[in-house]
Design a protein around this ligand. Structure first.
Ligand SMILES: *[C@@H]1O[C@H](CO)[C@@H](O)[C@H](O)[C@H]1NC(C)=O
Ligand SMILES: *[C@@H]1O[C@H](CO)[C@@H](O)[C@H](O)[C@H]1NC(C)=O
Length: 280
């Protein structure tokens, strides 16, 4: 059975409320057949024999994806009243806007009295002038979307009978609130800058306190309260809300007491990554 899993995978991806293929517009059997033709040997992989990763394994994948991601799309909303003097059109009042921002998984290098213990709260370099942070300053809620779609060429085809497909690759959205970090100095500032600049060498020109920076910036962190995960097509990956205790409890190596099975995010790989040396 090659075709049914693909169809149910799409169903799961689109919405759990759909109950039949007739609910999907434009799902063309011929397209599905063509996908199968493109597979080198469609009989060698059969989605019926696949099992989804457990939710805990999916959480490890999500924490790994956060750790490897230099940016994500932050969604905020414009204030409900935009002053006449603003250059922002009055028509966008209350509308959502998604903008890509620099992030890094640097909580673990913050000083002990400030760190949340490397719990998956991303560190964000915020520019005061940027729309995202102006909206948050005006009271907007926010979320942050992170995905593995830039890795399609390494990942290749991951779903039986389907050519390389971004929709088959993981992504998630973090909900929470922005916590402005206090001004750091000396060794604390240096450790955070070193961690952040590993993935953003260009950002050294607008770090907080950088001399002659074109725009004032500050350090902030997204304190995560909910995580929505789409691992890929729903018949071979999990889709849904993560257990936030597990999200926060995972570490690079292992996890905190009471969470997980001894593995950390270093023990999983995302589609297309080479397997760990000495891994299973
Ligand atoms: C932000 O979300 C909270 C619920 O988490 C809601 O009560 C509040 O009204 C929202 N704020 C805005 C500005 O939409
Ligand atoms: C979330 O995970 C923790 C740790 O594994 C567990 O104790 C708790 O029961 C889980 N919560 C839910 C709602 O499943």
């Amino acid at each position: 059975m090659i075709f049914r899993p693909f169809t149910t995978g799409l169903l799961a991806l689109c919405s759990s409320t759909f109950t039949s293929a007739s609910a999907i517009p434009h799902l063309d059997d011929q397209v599905v057949l063509n996908y199968a033709d493109h597979a080198t040997n469609p009989h060698s992989i059969d989605a019926d024999s696949f099992t989804r990763p457990s939710w805990f394994t999916s959480t490890l994948m999500a924490r790994r994806l956060l750790a490897l991601s230099p940016s994500g799309v932050m969604s905020t909303t414009f204030p409900s009243h935009i002053p006449d003097s603003s250059r922002t059109p009055a028509e966008v009042a209350g509308l959502p806007i998604g903008l890509r921002e620099y992030i890094a998984d640097c909580d673990g290098v913050l000083p002990a009295d400030l760190s949340h213990g490397d719990n998956g709260d991303p560190t964000i370099l915020a520019l005061r002038v940027a729309t995202t942070f102006r909206n948050i300053g005006a009271g907007s809620n926010l979320s942050l979307e992170i995905d593995w779609w830039d890795h399609l060429s390494e990942a290749g085809a991951v779903y039986p009978g389907l050519p390389p497909s971004p929709a088959a690759l993981p992504r998630f959205t973090l909900f929470g609130y922005l916590d402005t970090l206090p001004e750091l100095s000396g060794a604390a500032a240096a450790s955070l800058e070193k961690c952040f600049l590993q993935s953003h060498p260009d950002a050294k020109y607008w770090l907080p306190g950088a001399p002659a920076a074109p725009h004032a910036s500050f350090w902030a962190r997204l304190v995560v309260t909910q995580v929505y995960w789409i691992g890929g097509f729903g018949d071979v990956q999990q889709i849904g809300w993560m257990n936030v205790t597990e999200w926060k409890g995972v570490r690079r190596h292992g996890s905190v007491a009471g969470v997980g099975d001894g593995r950390g995010w270093e023990d999983v790989r995302l589609p297309g990554e080479k397997s760990a040396v000495g891994a299973l």
